[in-house]
Design a protein around this ligand. Sequence first.
Ligand SMILES: C[C@H](O)[C@H](O)[C@H]1CNC2=NC(N)=NC(=O)C2=N1
Length: 94
Amino acid sequence: MQPLKDRSALEALLAADWAIQDDRDALQKTFRFKSFVEAFGWMTRVALHAEKMNHHPEWANVYGTVEVTLSTHDAGGLTELDVSLAQVMDKLAG
Ligand SMILES: C[C@H](O)[C@H](O)[C@H]1CNC2=NC(N)=NC(=O)C2=N1
């Protein structure tokens, strides 16, 4: 598992509304879409990437809102995989 080496990529995420969770080494962001269909469509596209990466989000959806937590369970904290998946999520959210 690749530990975080690119601090600048993490800084860029923190400037784009991602946050480090208080009580856990994990990235968090709340995505808001106009409708349930838009939210779920985005989740479906992200899920296909996540499966390819073999790296899966913790997330919860209510109508157009998706709360996301990213952490590498196998490593007990943040790795490059979390940064990559966060970047994919931002890109697909447009
Ligand atoms: C066995 C399997 O490869 C692992 O459990 C993978 C699957 N997806 C994963 N997703 C996340 N977020 N963290 C992991 O440590 C992880 N591990």
